[in-house]
Every structure is written in structure tokens, then in C-alpha cells.
Design a binder for this molecule. Structure first.
Ligand code: CA
Length: 666
């Protein structure tokens, strides 16, 4: 969720004195914390055991149920106070198939029932936690399942998608529309015979799918799936169980677990990694959240008057600096990595979390799988009591060496400002953004030819290495690329807009850093101009796969562009020193024109030199290319990683709104 603060606001926030930590939260520091791995539920040969962390509770009850909802408890057990703020209960039977909730006595009042904060399986709408045998949820071959090996995060090409967007449209040819299982169906086709589903992803060549929130969230009623309610899912309920509406049977707690694992395995079997969007920064509810019902107040930050502070813009913000919350985030991502073999995490509004937490998150994940990576939104959606210098902000990313942040620099400079629909960018002919695009090209690293004072969003080289940057021009938030081009180029044809899209994505896919595209851009999908489609109907959000036929040339361009990137390590340098040494800008001070070279077999590339010229204007421009035997890789809106033809250098014309890419192959 990008409520994407403008940089002006960000600078104002940065300039304001750090707000003091809230005094009325100090009592929470005295709470004992519990870091054992048996929180809430364990089942072993001796029976079923519960341990709830609730240090201030006056008493805690455990209710056992026969079904996931609408039934009376078969047992109510008074839990016993135990070590480090926890309460325990045990029964000698393995209660597989049953459900449970907790209720906490707080200041003389019994709070509403909650499945706790560590429910790993839940029934309909996540109301009750379920006791299931996880060993029965593994698909065949799960123990050998592995995601793709990648050397560095910038070897990835990330494809961001929502389950319903991807498969819901009738043209997808997919049976399990809007479900985890959609990504397990091979050989699906559009009415015109184009590949859809997982085959489409393979054909496109992306390395990782980034799925929008897929833990159990609030706003889709799992008891009424025929209503076809749509939501992005940035309203967390149960962080450690999959969302029920993406399963074929939300009432069966094992189904969502198994089907999500089948999705992961299917993607892995096809060489594609899975990145999960995680939203630990806030919860859907305030006083009624599972956090509030188990340890009232503890998990949130507050204002001096005791009200919820709201850096998420969604009514509350969590407090990662408190030990039990920090451990919660770390243990939760570890759980997804181990139980579901998740290959990466995208942290929503990451700057609500503190730097130390994020560093501990990545360290814990790398111990499980060195190929795992983490990136996030390096901003908040509102002010926070957490001091600016402690926030996991974009501007603080150098203090988090193994974490990457989205570059709003390249995003806004290439296509125009995210919140001003008609604003144009470098690729659509607006002058004056060249230096900010260059900041994107070097992945915000310290480069001697860049004047950061001319940057639109950031005024300094904030990344310590190119592996700290995610480059993109469009995502689920704000106007996606097609809609942005339609609104900012109202008099153009779609063919002209597609040229602009090709140029924009060529800049993204050839820049240092990690490229990220939004599902369906490659076939020029749109969202009918809706900029915040978080709860828009499927008619707005579902990708119409007929477009793959209509825009076949656009798809081919994206595919070839991705291939070019994957074949050439020159686009994937890993250190600032390499970029400084091998990336050289040509001295062109003309609007909407950038020219640079990747030199001397950069990062071990087989090609000696790659020359890239971007012309964002609507006129042909002439550039001087050193004489030599060049292979033309991209020209006039066409691209072929094997070469479109030959060129001798000298004066060359760069067609309007296009990239010229030349390779000195030896
Ligand atoms: Ca749900």
C-alpha cells in the first residue's frame, strides 16, 4: 500500500525534530517477553498444549469448539499463569479437527474471543483457530521443493500480481479462477490460443512472482464467496494463516494451507520464486484485533493522549521496537519461509518498522535460505512516534545493507508524478527529469557524474549498493502504466502510448538495481483509469487475456527485454565501485535525452560495451556514437537480444520516444 508520501512531505518530516517516544507506552517495557517456539498451540505425543502470551491479563480462558463457527464450546478451560508473561493449558488428547479461541480478563472485563496471534490454521473468516496435522498438508514431493537459486536480488525480475487479477477473467481459460490453484494449472490458453496462467509467466521469463497479501485478511467474507468481493488484502487478521477466499473451501482449515503450498510448488517446479507481500505495520481492527484481544495496547504505538497513532493511514500502527512485536515479525516471516517455502518478502510501509527489526528479519531469513531477499516501501503513510532516524526509510537504507527499497525516483521521473494523473515524465516528453532518471539508472548509488542536488525526490546517494534498489514505473498502487499513459497523453493513440511504455520499461529493465513490473502491463492491460482499485470489482481489476493477442508485439518486446537483462550481467552489477567504474554517462545536456555506456565487460559480461540512448521526446534526435562494429539490440521501438542489425557508429538517429541499444560484442 503506497499512500506514497510526496517527497516534500518526507523532507518536512525528516526536518522536523524527532518526536519523543510516547511516555504512556513506557509501561510496556516492563512486560516480560517470551521467545519460545511453542506459543499458542503445540500438539505432540502427550496431547494438545496451549501457551498464550498475555502479561497483563488477570485471567485467561480457552474455549474448545467442534466446528469453525456458529457452535457452542464443548469445553472451557481456565489457563494457568506460567513463565514470562504466558498462560498455559494442556489436554492429554491430540485434538485434531477441533477449534479453539482465547479470552482474556483485562481490568475486570472479559474481552471478546480471539484465535490468538499465532493461529496457523483457521476456519471461515479466521474466527477460530484450528488444530490440524500440518504433516498432512504437504503436497507430494514437498520435502524436496526449492525455489530458484539466485546469486543476488538484482538477478531477479519481479512480477507483482493479485490472485483475482491474474486468473479471474473468463479469457484466462483457468479453472480455479481467483484461487491459489490458478497457478497450478498448466497449458491454459486465451480464446485466441495465447498462453495464460503459469505458462504465460514462463514465456515472459520473470524469475519471481510477488503475490499481494495472501495471509488471512478481513474484507472479503469467506462465508459468501459467490458475492465475488474484491480486495487487495491490506487489512490483516491472522498473519500466519493463508487467506480463505483464495482456497476452494474456506471452512476446511487444511485446504487453504495445502492449496497455497501447491501453488508455491507449482511455481517452483517451473523455476519461479514466490515473494509474499507482508503487512505487519497495522491491523484491520484496533481494539478488536487479535493483538489487542491478547495483550491490550502492547503491540501498537500511541499518541500522548493514549489514542492509536496512525502512520499507516489505516487507523493504527504496530510497535516493532517492542521486543515481543519484533520477535513476532521475525518469527512470522521465518514461519512462512520454512512452512511454505516462500522465497522473498515485500514489506508494506516498511518505514513504520525500525531499522534494527528489519536487519534482524533479513539475518534470520538468510539463515534459513541464503537466496531469500527482502524489500519494502521505504516510507510511511503518516507521521509516527518512531524517531525518523530509527525508521526503515528509503533514506536510511544504507543502514540496512541486505534490504532493498522501491525507487520512487525512477518511478516518478520516468512516467510522471504518481498522484498527478496528467503529469508527464521523461519517457513522455517532460523535460528537466534527466538527472533523476540517471539517479534511477545508477540505483541511487554514489556516482561521480550525477548531481544529486538536481534529483526530484532524493538529494543524496542513499543506496550503499545497487542491490538495495527496486526499479519500477507501475504497481498495484496509483494509476498503473497504461492508465497513466492514457491520462497523461490524452491526444495520443494507444500505439504511441505503447511506444512510451516500451521506453519506460526499457529504462527500468536495463537500470542497475532490481526490476519490478505489474502483472498485465506486458499485454497493455488497464484498470479503466481507477487509481485506487483496492476494492473495485473484478470488472476493473481482472486482466483481460484477449489483450495478449491484440497487443502481441508489446508482449514480445517485454519478453525480449527481460531476456536481454537475464543474459547480461552488465545490467546487474552488485557494488557501487563497479557502477562507478563501468557505467559512464555521455555529456549530453539536452532535454529528454540520456546516453550512457556499460564498459569493459561490466560485471563479467561477454559484451565489451553496451551503449544505451533514451529519447523521451516526440522528435527524432541525433547522437554521436563512437565508430566501431556495433550490433543494434534495440531501435525505434523494436528489440532483439541477438541483434536487429549492424551499425558503424558516427551520427545516428534515435527515433521519437524510443531506446537505442547498441552492443560492442567483442
Ligand atoms: Ca479472510
Amino acid at each position: 500500500m503506497n499512500q506514497g508520501l510526496s517527497i516534500v512531505t518526507m523532507l518536512l518530516l525528516s526536518a522536523s525534530p524527532a518526536i519523543k517516544a510516547v511516555d504512556n507506552d513506557a509501561a510496556f517495557l516492563s512486560y516480560p517477553t517470551y521467545d519460545g517456539d511453542d506459543l499458542e498451540l503445540t500438539v505432540d505425543s502427550k496431547g494438545t498444549h496451549w501457551r498464550l502470551w498475555s502479561p497483563a491479563a488477570e485471567a485467561v480462558r480457552l474455549m474448545i469448539y467442534p466446528t469453525d463457527r456458529n457452535t457452542a464450546a464443548t469445553d472451557t478451560i481456565d489457563m494457568t499463569r506460567s513463565e514470562r508473561g504466558t498462560w498455559v493449558a494442556s489436554v492429554p488428547e491430540q485434538l485434531y479437527g477441533r477449534y479453539y479461541t482465547f479470552s482474556v480478563l483485562d481490568k475486570g472485563k472479559w474481552l471478546a474471543e480471539t484465535p490468538g496471534v499465532w493461529a496457523k490454521a483457521v476456519g471461515t473468516n479466521g474466527e477460530r483457530a484450528a488444530i490440524i496435522d500440518f504433516t498432512t498438508t504437504d503436497p507430494e514431493g514437498w520435502s524436496k521443493d526449492k525455489g530458484p537459486k539466485i546469486g543476488n536480488i538484482n538477478d531477479a525480475v519481479i512480477y507483482e500480481m493479485h490472485h483475482r487479477d491474474f486468473s479471474l477473467h473468463p479469457s484466462s481459460g483457468i479453472v480455479h479462477k481467483g484461487k491459489f490453484l490458478a497457478l497450478t494449472e498448466p497449458s491454459t490458453k486465451s480464446p485466441q490460443g495465447d498462453r495464460t496462467g503459469i505458462d504465460h509467466l514462463k514465456e515472459l521469463g520473470v524469475t519471481h512472482v510477488h503475490i499481494l497479501p495472501s495471509y488471512d485478511y478481513n474484507s472479503v467474507d469467506e462465508a459468501n464467496l459467490p458475492a465475488n468481493t474484491y480486495n487487495w488484502g491490506y487489512d490483516p487478521i491472522n498473519y500466519n494463516a493463508p487467506e480463505g477466499s483464495y482456497s476452494t473451501d474456506p471452512a476446511n482449515p487444511a485446504t487453504r494451507v495445502t492449496e497455497m503450498k501447491e501453488m508455491v510448488k507449482s511455481l517452483h517446479d517451473n523455476g519461479i520464486g514466490v515473494i509474499m507481500d507482508v503487512v505487519y505495520n497495522h491491523t484491520a481492527n484496533n481494539d478488536d484485533s487479535n493483538f489487542s484481544l491478547t495483550a491490550p495496547g502492547y503491540y501498537y504505538r500511541h499518541r500522548p493522549d493514549g489514542s492509536y497513532s496512525d502512520a499507516s493511514g489505516c487507523g493504527n500502527e504496530t510497535a516493532s521496537e517492542r521486543q515481543q512485536m519484533r520477535d513476532y515479525i521475525i518469527n512470522s516471516v521465518k514461519y512462512w519461509a520454512k512452512e511454505y517455502h516462500i522465497d522473498g518478502f515485500r514489506f508494506d510501509l516498511m518505514a513504520i518498522h525500525d531499522i534494527e527489526t528489519m536487519n534482524e528479519v533479513i539475518a534470520a531469513l538468510k539463515e534459513i535460505n541464503p537466496d531469500i531477499f527482502v524489500y519494502g516501501e521505504g516510507w510511511t503513510a503518516g507521521d509516527s512516534p518512531l524517531p525518523v532516524e530509527q525508521r526503515a526509510l528509503k533514506e536510511n537504507v544504507a543502514k540496512m545493507p541486505q534490504i532493498a527499497v522501491f525507487s520512487d525516483d525512477i518511478r516518478d521521473a520516468v512516467k510522471g508524478h504518481y498522484s498527478d494523473a496528467s503529469d508527464r515524465g521523461f519517457a513522455t516528453g517532460k523535460p528537466g527529469l534527466e538527472e533523476t532518471v540517471k539517479i534511477g539508472i545508477v540505483a541511487a548509488t554514489d556516482h561521480p557524474q550525477i548531481d544529486y542536488s538536481k534529483g526530484n525526490n532524493s538529494k543524496f546517494a542513499y543506496a550503499a549498493s545497487p542491490t538495495q534498489i527496486i526499479n519500477y514505473v507501475s504497481c498495484h498502487d496509483d494509476l498503473m502504466l497504461t492508465d497513466k499513459l492514457r491520462k497523461s497523453m490524452p491526444d495520443a493513440t494507444d500505439a504511441e502510448r505503447q511506444r512510451a511504455a516500451r521506453l519506460a520499461q526499457t529504462i527500468v529493465l536495463t537500470s542497475q538495481g532490481t526490476p519490478f513490473i505489474f502483472a498485465g502491463e506486458e499485454i497493455f492491460r488497464d484498470k479503466k483509469g481507477v487509481h485506487n482499485s483496492y476494492n473495485s470489482p473484478d470488472s476493473i481489476n481482472a486482466i483481460d487475456w484477449n489483450l495478449k493477442h491484440d497487443n502481441a508485439a508489446q508482449f514480445e518486446y517485454y519478453k525480449e527485454l527481460i531476456k536481454l537483462r537475464k543474459e547480461h550481467p552488465a545490467f546487474r552489477m552488485t557494488t557501487t565501485e563497479q557502477v562507478r567504474k563501468h557505467l559512464k554517462f555521455d555529456n549530453i545536456n539536452e532535454p529528454n535525452l540520456i546516453s550512457y555506456s556499460l564498459t569493459d565487460h561490466a560485471n563479467g559480461d561477454e559484451w565489451k560495451e553496451i551503449k544505451l540512448v533514451f529519447n523521451g521526446s516526440d522528435e527524432a534526435r541525433e547522437v554521436k556514437i563512437p565508430k566501431g562494429d556495433w550490433t543494434v539490440i534495440a531501435e525505434d521501438g523494436q528489440i532483439n537480444s541477438e541483434g536487429l542489425g549492424k551499425a558503424k557508429g558516427g551520427k545516428m538517429t534515435v527515433a521519437p520516444r524510443s531506446a537505442l541499444i547498441l552492443a560492442m560484442t567483442k
